[in-house]
Design a protein around this ligand. Structure first.
Ligand code: PDD
Length: 277
C-alpha cells in the first residue's frame, strides 16, 4: 500500500514521522477523508475546499496547489490494491524541537496521504442503525476538520460500548451532529438539518444530500433542531463520506418513526447511488 509523506511516495509501513511532530504533540493539524469509487475520488473539489477553510481557520498555509494535491492523491489512489477506498490526508504544523505551543517560524508542514479499503456497509444501509445521544462537550470551532479529535474519540466510544453505531450530540438541547457524522431529520415530508455554523462540521455528504433533495423538489430547511423534535421525528439519517446515508432506526433505545428505515431514506439512497455512478 502506497503512502505519501513530505514529498515522497513509499510503502505505508515505511512511512516515519518525528515524535516532535505538532500533530502528535498538540493535535495541531487539519485532515480530510475522501471516498473513492472505482479509483475516482468523489466530491474531491468540495473536500479540498473544506481543507482550505480548515487551514485558514488554524492559520496554517496550504502547502500545495489544487493541481499538486490532485496529482499526489491520484498516485496514492492508483497504487492502492482496492478500487473503492477511504482516502485520508493530513497536514500538520510540522516537527519542532522546542515543544512550544506557539507557532514555530518557517517550519515545513508534515503532509501525509494514505488510503484504506472503503468498508462495505450494505447491512447498515439496508437495516438501519441504533444511536445514542450525549451532551456535545467539544470546543466551539467544530466547523474545522482538525486532528484534535479526543472529544470525538470519547463520544464515539460511548456508542460502541452501548452496542450502537454512533453518538449524536446535543448542545444546550439542540442537535449539532454525530461524533463522526452529520444527522438529518425528516418530519411531515420535509428534510431538516442543523444550521451550518461553529457547532458542527459542514459535511460534504450532508451538503450533497441537501442538494439532491432540493433538485428533486423535496422541501429542505436548515434550522436549530431541538432534542424533543428528534424524539418524534418520522426519520433520522446519518451521513458521512465513508457511510453515505444510513437510516437511524433507534435513538436511546426507542424506535425512530416506525422503527424501520422509512420511505424518504430509501428515496435518498437511490438518488445518492444514481448520482455517484
Ligand atoms: N468524519 N461531522 C464530523 C464530526 C465528522 O467527523 C464527519 C466525517 C462528518 C461528515 O462529513 P463528510 O460528509 O464530509 O464526511 C461530520 C470522517 C469520515 C472521519 O473523521 O473519519
Amino acid at each position: 500500500m502506497t503512502a505519501y509523506l513530505n514529498g515522497q511516495f513509499m510503502p505505508l509501513d515505511e512511512a516515519r514521522i518525528s515524535p516532535l511532530d505538532r500533530g502528535f504533540l498538540f493535535g495541531d493539524g487539519a485532515y480530510e477523508v475522501i471516498p473513492v469509487y472505482a479509483r475516482r475520488a468523489f466530491r474531491l473539489e468540495q473536500h479540498l475546499a473544506r481543507l482550505q477553510r480548515t487551514l485558514d481557520g488554524i492559520a496554517l498555509a496550504n502547502p500545495h496547489t489544487l493541481a499538486e494535491w490532485c496529482e499526489r492523491l491520484q498516485r496514492v489512489i492508483s497504487e492502492s490494491e482496492f478500487a473503492d477506498q477511504s482516502l485520508y490526508l493530513q497536514v500538520t504544523r510540522g516537527a519542532d524541537s522546542k515543544r512550544d505551543q506557539s507557532f514555530p517560524r518557517a517550519l515545513p508542514p508534515t503532509v501525509f496521504i494514505f488510503a484504506t479499503a472503503l468498508p462495505s456497509l450494505a447491512a447498515q444501509r439496508e437495516n438501519g442503525v441504533a444511536v445514542l445521544s450525549a451532551v456535545d462537550n467539544r470546543w466551539l470551532r467544530c466547523n474545522l476538520k482538525t486532528v484534535s479529535l479526543l472529544p470525538n474519540v470519547l463520544l464515539r466510544q460511548q456508542a460502541i460500548d452501548a452496542g450502537c453505531a454512533e453518538t449524536i450530540l446535543l448542545r444546550d438541547g439542540i442537535l449539532s451532529e454525530g461524533a463522526t457524522s452529520n444527522i438529518l431529520m425528516v418530519k411531515d415530508g420535509a428534510l431538516l438539518a442543523p444550521l451550518r455554523d461553529h457547532r458542527m462540521l459542514s459535511g460534504v455528504t450532508c451538503d450533497l444530500v441537501l442538494e439532491l433533495a432540493a433538485a428533486h423538489g423535496m422541501p429542505c430547511q436548515l434550522r436549530d433542531i431541538a432534542d424533543a423534535e428528534l424524539r418524534v421525528a418520522d426519520e433520522l439519517w446519518l451521513t458521512s463520506s465513508t457511510r453515505e446515508v444510513l437510516p437511524i432506526t433507534r435513538l436511546d433505545g426507542q424506535p425512530v418513526g416506525s422503527g424501520k428505515p422509512g420511505p424518504a431514506v430509501r428515496q435518498m439512497q437511490a438518488w445518492y447511488t444514481a448520482f455517484r455512478q
